[in-house]
Design a binder for this molecule. Structure first.
Ligand code: ATP
Ligand code: MG
Length: 736
């Protein structure tokens, strides 16, 4: 009986909920739904509308005289290139590119002059004046209040509206604008104050500014857009000035003023690469802004009355009071296969004198890291080719392994060797050099080229001399470039060399942005800075393509102090660290991996079964040896057992030595470590280890290739395999 009551009660409740809930939901969402629909309809209508054509000057008129300029420029180019016959291809193409760029600028200024003089003809002038009416109607159809305007109106009563034209406007146009804007503001209970201005620099047409939003239907704006698009056009190897003329004529044919909409702000102060602005009502964090001089910046601070941004380029030409406009996108960099083999700056512009980067896609520099469900466990190895690392602190694809150590302890060397070892392994590498010397980057590039590693590598070079803003953004750009490949299902290795300098650059920016400083004068969000960067390294699940980003951040310590602020931060973010010991390095034990302090928290799952088995006791044996060796410095009485442990420990340490640029395959590493730890090298002196190692590799490569392959691919390092390896090693030892 009771159950029946419960069911009946439940049904009544459901019906009640349906009746009451339906109305509430409708009330809540109905209004919003209708608003969205009407906005969409309006947007569609605007799309369909025909743009008024201000003027239709023929391409010939606009490009008049361009031909003469072009011929002059072409002869200059030919002359210059002929005079530098002695230079290499690369220098020649660089000069060619620069000259074409100059010629383009020259042509553009001729074109501008032509357009200006065009509008001094009575015929065109009248034509354009007649069209003012159409432009105004068009603008009035588009105007609306932005969220920024609404927010402004909450604190202020009046929203300023400015109507600017090249020539005096008839009264009816001004009245219409006044009426339309007053009406629009009435709906939200605000007032307008209309200013009517004249500015001959606009050449023709008019623009309306409401709050910070500008609806621009002027000829000068069209010219500006034309020039901007032109600068983005690639300069190809076979471009001549003849091509340029053609390009200009084609473009000029489609030169028809449209109505451009953008938001404006004003520069308040500029100093040390930081600019404070006001206006730009709807700007977002991370958005790109453009200054009048053409430089760009990125918004890093939004306060109620002012907006702080970092300037990417030179800030000497930015004046206080000058205009700044929203570009309408978040800072992003070019991505794609075209970046492989190239050296680029923090914004992805090529700096290797190899010309234009033919990219098709860009990605935002800041991007959300994959969530838990998007990730798969780290389960396949990323071999570094360095014995001490692959055996003791193995790295898996998708892992973040920190390389940490004092200065000049071989941190960069490990990263570069790992990149070289990815040859033929279908892994893309990105090396981000932050605050490094230019000569070092050039040297690294040369070495990578010599080892055939540049084909699959991109270098992002931000030298110590570049601004803090660029140093700050470089690792994020690298991450964006890596993500492109990861989401395509590929494996990527990214090296951040080094994050200590990155932290310093960020501290500089934060202090200049007047943010409160915390421990060691770093801002409070420095942990978040590095964690959001390193979280972007991941091994994606199979549904997302199974790609991965393995990150090797580098941190420099002072006198081995890993408990300083930045080292502890990054240690806690990463999945392990390779600690390089200055003492070991100076003793000549290179790579100077400190076995006791180095760990890999997920890498064990990513080792081959044979290597895992062979290296399982290596760590304790090495630690034991170092402890004993230190202790024995003081004593002379050593029993036989200790002597044996010391000798074999010494041999093992010796076997882990490795020169630069000499990666060893995984199977050979396994065989060597097995041979030494099982005592097959006991007869030799430590100095002979190098020869022993070489002979061993040769023997297994040439005579026991099958066994080596078996060791590499075996699912289990069982007794049978162990015995055949022992047999082969016995044969090798008796022979040598
Ligand atoms: P910095 O702190 O200046 O960035 P670093 O820690 O990155 O230095 P590296 O530049 O990689 O160190 O190396 C320092 C020096 O040690 C270089 O001259 C390099 O050639 C040498 N070196 C590094 N690793 C090895 C190695 N395995 N064998 C021999 N020499 C090495
Ligand atoms: Mg270095």
């Amino acid at each position: 009986m009771e159950i029946q009551y419960v069911i009946i009660n439940f049904l009544i409740l459901l019906i009640l909920l349906f009746i009451v809930g339906r109305k509430t939901v409708k009330r809540l969402f109905g209004g919003r739904y209708e608003r969205i629909n009407s906005e969409l309809d309006r947007a569609e209508e605007i799309e369909k509308m025909d743009m008024p054509t201000l003027v239709d000057p023929s391409a010939e008129v606009i490009c008049a005289d361009c031909g003469d300029e072009a011929e002059k420029a072409q002869s200059l180019v030919t002359e210059k290139i002929a005079s530098i016959e002695a230079f290499g291809e690369r220098e020649k193409s660089e000069i060619h590119r620069n000259m074409i760029q100059d010629a383009r600028k020259e042509l553009f200024s001729v074109m501008k002059e032509n357009v200006v003089s065009l509008f001094s003809y009575e015929k065109y002038l009248n034509e354009i004046k007649e069209l003012d009416r159409q432009v105004v109607d068009e603008i009035l159809k588009r105007i609306s209040l932005t969220p920024g305007d609404m927010a402004y109106l909450k604190h202020q009563e009046v929203l300023y509206v400015t109507l600017t034209s090249a020539y005096p406007l008839p009264k009816d146009i001004v009245d219409d604008v006044d009426k339309a804007t007053t009406q629009m503001l009435d709906t939200v209970g605000g007032k307008t104050s209309l200013w009517v201005l004249e500015d001959p620099a606009l050449i023709g047409g008019l623009k309306l500014r409401i709050g910070d939003t500008v609806y621009d239907g002027t000829v000068s704006e069209e010219l500006y857009q034309f020039g901007k698009n032109l600068n983005c056009e690639p300069i190809l190897h076979d471009d001549t000035v003849g091509h340029l003329i053609q390009e200009f004529t084609e473009k000029a044919e489609t030169f028809k003023p449209h109505i451009h909409q953008y938001q404006l702000g004003r520069v308040m102060t500029v100093s040390d690469g930081i600019c404070w602005m006001d206006g730009l009502a709807d700007i977002m964090y991370g958005e790109v802004v453009e200054f009048e001089c053409g430089e760009r910046g990125m918004v890093l601070d939004i306060q109620q009355n002012r907006i702080g941004c970092v300037i990417f380029g030179e800030y000497e030409h930015i004046e206080s009071g000058s205009k700044v406009r929203r570009v309408g996108r978040i800072a992003s960099v070019p991505v794609g296969e075209c970046l492989l083999g190239r050296v680029v700056d923090a914004m992805g512009n090529p700096i290797d004198a190899m010309g234009y980067l033919p990219y098709k896609e860009t990605r935002p520099v800041e991007f959300k890291a994959p969530g838990i469900l998007d990730r798969a466990p780290v389960n396949s190895p990323l071999h570094t080719g360095i014995k001490a690392i692959d055996a003791l602190v193995p790295i898996g694809k998708g892992q973040r392994e920190l390389i940490i150590g004092d200065r000049q302890t071989g941190k960069t060397a490990i990263a570069i060797d790992t990149i070289i070892n990815q040859k033929g392994k279908d892994t893309i590498c990105i090396y981000v050099a932050i605050g490094q010397k230019d000569t070092l980057v050039a040297e690294i590039k040369e070495k990578l080229e010599a080892n055939g590693a540049m084909e699959y590598t991109t270098i992002i070079a931000v030298p110590a001399s570049s601004s803090a803003a660029l140093q700050y953004i470089a690792p994020f750009s690298g991450s964006a470039m890596a993500e492109y490949f990861m989401y395509k299902g590929k494996d990527v290795l990214i090296v951040y060399d080094d994050l200590s300098k990155h932290a310093v650059a960020y501290r500089e920016l934060s202090l200049l942005l007047h943010r409160p400083s915390g421990r060691e004068a770093y801002p409070g969000d420095i942990f978040y800075l590095h964690s959001r960067l390193l979280e972007r390294a991941a091994h994606l699940s199979d549904e997302l393509g199974g790609g991965s980003i393995t990150a090797l951040p580098i941190i420099e310590t002072l006198a081995g102090d890993i408990s300083a602020y930045i080292p502890t931060n990054v240690i806690s973010i990463t999945d392990g660290q390779i600690f390089l010991d200055a003492e070991l390095f100076n003793e000549g034990q290179r790579p100077a991996v400190n076995v006791g302090l180095s760990v890999s928290r997920v890498g064990g799952a990513a080792q081959s079964p044979s290597m895992k088995k062979v290296s399982s006791s290596l760590r304790t044996r090495l630690a034991q040896y170092r402890e004993l060796a230190e202790f024995m410095q003081f004593g002379s009485d050593i029993d036989d057992e200790t002597k044996k442990t010391l000798a074999s420990g010494r041999l093992l340490t010796e076997a882990l030595r490795q020169p630069r640029y000499a990666p060893v395959e995984d199977d050979m590493q396994t065989i060597l470590i097995f041979a030494v730890s099982e005592g097959y090298a006991d007869g030799i002196s430590p100095d002979e280890m190098e020869r022993f190692e070489k002979d061993l590799y040769r023997y297994f490569r040439e005579e026991k290739a099958e066994l080596a392959l078996e060791i590499k691919q075996a699912n289990k390092f069982d007794e049978e395999l162990k015995n055949s390896l022992k047999e082969a090693l016995g044969e090798f030892v008796t022979r040598s």
